[in-house]
Design a protein around this ligand. Structure first.
Ligand code: ADP
Length: 158
């Protein structure tokens, strides 16, 4: 039984995140999407809102579950007996930070391997903060997020 953790802020979940989740779900027996609670990022959506949107978006993928955590990622991974951490790589700009995190996590837990997946190229420019920004200005985010997320964004910026 191979379990992978896909950690992130998901503020909110986008089609880019979903692309990575789908790819990971085909590679591992079980994928746990881990919503980071203690984000220094002051998220627009609280943890429960972010989890609800992810659950709705992944409900058709059988081996994917959603949980939240406010501690160290490798501790969560150990608790779940996961052997891999999945991260998405969009462009070289992601690399520096991801490389550092992956090596630090390896130092902390040598038995857990970070795996990088690339989304479809149409999602390489997509991130949650751009989606929030477009939505705030009244733009259409239909091409970037599921309908339920679009609705939740509209409500926030009403
Ligand atoms: P974090 O705050 O931990 O970076 P994010 O929710 O922004 O959390 O991202 C979680 C993971 O998903 C990261 O590995 C990030 O690189 C990846 N990711 C975000 N957007 C995309 C996208 N459009 N395509 C592929 N991967 C993505």
């Amino acid at each position: 039984m191979k379990t992978a953790i896909y950690p992130g802020t998901f503020d909110p979940i986008t089609f880019g995140h979903l692309d990575i989740i789908e790819r990971a779900s085909g590679m591992f027996d079980k994928v746990i999407v881990m919503v980071a609670r203690n984000s220094a990022k002051q998220p627009l959506f609280n943890t429960e809102e972010r989890m609800k949107m992810i659950k709705e978006a992944v409900k058709k993928i059988k081996n994917v579950t959603v949980e939240s955590y406010d501690g160290l990622l490798v501790e969560f991974a150990r608790k779940k007996k996961a052997t891999a951490i999945v991260r998405g790589l969009r462009a070289i700009s992601d690399f520096e930070y991801e490389f550092q995190m992956a090596l630090m996590n390896r130092k902390l837990a040598n038995e857990i391997t970070t795996v990088f997946l690339m989304p479809h190229e149409k999602y390489t420019y997509l991130n949650s903060s751009i989606v929030r920004e477009i939505s705030k200005m009244g733009g259409d985010v239909s091409g970037f997020v599921p309908v339920s997320v679009k609705r939740a964004l509209r409500k926030k910026f009403k």
